[in-house]
Structures are given as structure tokens and as C-alpha cells.
Design a protein around this ligand. Structure first.
Ligand SMILES: Cc1cc2nc3c(=O)[nH]c(=O)nc-3n(C[C@H](O)[C@H](O)[C@H](O)COP(=O)(O)O)c2cc1C
Length: 214
């Protein structure tokens, strides 16, 4: 008798905060602990090594060091899980800078057609609503496949986690779990129906080219 194992998806988790005690890192660590069995989530810890984008130095920096490591990690992942804080009603520069690097053409094309799920934690009352909207818009420009829902906004982040790093509110824990379950379905769809049905081989986009080569 053969046993059927569901596919295991490798997820790269990116935190928009470099802070050691970051609430967004905590949220990703909670996601890692509570991930459904078919998601293997790994936290990317080296965003601080990605230089500030400067087009004059792009060619030299694209294929080495922190940029190369980040791009390879994204290429090798089946999906991205991003937790962003909110800085001045948008995403932090660290995250935007990383996405700008990932969006550049190179030997690989890390973001085109890449499934992504976003969430966020902030100490404010709106729980990163505006940061996530900005992130969604930026990822749309890169032709990533951003899951539209469910969304997760962790507000008042200083009170949201207990000492073990768990979300205190059971409804919030449930929402995180639902987001991860939905993401595994989203990745499976993105690999099949979404790529075929959303693609228009006549459109002038990297995504359309990727899809028509499948
Ligand atoms: C420069 C800066 C701007 C901020 N602007 C906002 C904001 O517009 N809205 C908000 O809810 N929180 C804002 N905050 C608070 C952050 O969301 C909060 O510090 C959050 O915990 C940072 O995420 P982290 O814990 O993952 O580092 C701001 C913080 C900084 C440092």
C-alpha cells in the first residue's frame, strides 16, 4: 500500500524589522511553531546585510553578498511570508529596499509569480493596515501573487504576546492559523490554475512570459 504525503511547501519568512525584540519577528516565530504540517517555514535573518539600493552599484552588488543570498533564498522558496511593522503609515525602508533588490532582473527572477502572504504587528491602534496596503501595492508591481485574504493585523503589539512569545488572544491565534492554512492552498493554486488562468501570453509582463513557458 502506498501512503500519500501532501506536498511540503518551503516558506521563507521575512520580517520588516531588524530589531532584536521585534514583535514582527515574534509573530513569524509563532507562525513557525504553529504552521500546518505541509508548510516548512524558515526565518530569513540576514536582511541587515542587504545594502541600500544604488543603481550605480547595482551590477556589482546584485551577484554577491547579502543581495545574492537574499535573492537565492527567495528563488528557492515556494512562498514568502512577510510580517511588517508600520513606519509613518507605510512599510519600513528595510523591507522596501529588500523588495527593490528582489525586483531587479538578474540571472533569476525572484518575485515574478511568487506566492506571498502578508501580516503585521504594530504598537499602534490600527495594526499595520496602511503598511500592509503599501506592501501589497509594491508586491503587485513585482508581479508576486499576493494572497488577498485572510488578513492579520496585530495592534497594540506590546500587549499582544505573552512571555513565551505566543499571541495572548485565542481569536488572534486562530486567525494566524487560518492565514497559514489559506496560504498553503494559495501556493497550490498559484502553481496550477492561477498561473494558467491569470496569464495572458500577449501581455507585456515577466509573469506572462513565465506562465507561457510552463
Ligand atoms: C520611525 C517609526 C515610525 C512609526 N510609525 C508608526 C505608524 O505610522 N503607525 C503605527 O502603528 N506604528 C508606528 N510606529 C510604531 C511601530 O509600529 C512599532 O515600533 C513596532 O513595534 C515596530 O515593529 P517591531 O516591533 O517588529 O520592531 C513607528 C515606529 C517607528 C520607529
Amino acid at each position: 500500500m502506498t501512503t500519500h504525503h501532501p506536498p511540503r511547501h518551503r516558506i521563507l519568512a521575512l520580517s520588516g524589522s531588524l530589531r532584536r525584540d521585534s514583535h514582527n519577528r515574534r509573530l513569524l516565530e509563532a507562525a513557525i511553531r504553529h504552521a500546518p504540517g505541509n508548510l516548512q517555514i524558515t526565518l530569513y535573518d540576514d536582511l541587515a546585510d542587504v545594502p541600500i539600493f544604488n543603481e550605480d552599484r547595482e551590477a556589482a552588488q546584485l551577484r554577491q553578498g547579502g543581495v545574492r543570498r537574499l535573492r537565492e533564498a527567495v528563488v528557492n522558496a515556494d512562498g514568502l511570508l512577510i510580517a511588517t511593522p508600520e513606519y509613518n503609515q507605510s512599510m519600513p525602508g528595510v523591507l522596501k529596499n529588500a523588495i527593490d533588490w528582489l525586483s531587479r532582473p538578474g540571472p533569476d527572477d525572484p518575485l515574478t509569480g511568487k506566492p506571498a502572504a502578508i501580516m503585521g504587528a504594530s504598537t499602534g491602534r490600527w495594526g499595520t493596515r496602511l503598511a500592509q496596503a503599501a506592501l501589497r501595492q509594491t508586491l503587485a508591481a513585482t508581479e508576486s501573487l499576493v494572497m488577498p485574504a485572510p488578513m492579520l493585523f496585530v495592534r497594540d503589539a506590546e500587549q499582544a504576546f505573552d512571555n513565551a512569545g505566543e499571541l495572548r488572544d485565542p481569536a488572534m491565534r486562530e486567525s494566524l492559523h487560518e492565514l497559514l492554512l489559506a496560504f498553503s492552498l494559495w501556493i497550490e493554486r498559484a502553481g496550477t490554475t492561477a498561473v494558467r488562468s491569470m496569464s495572458n501570453p500577449h501581455a507585456n509582463s515577466s509573469f506572462a512570459r513565465l506562465a507561457s513557458n510552463q
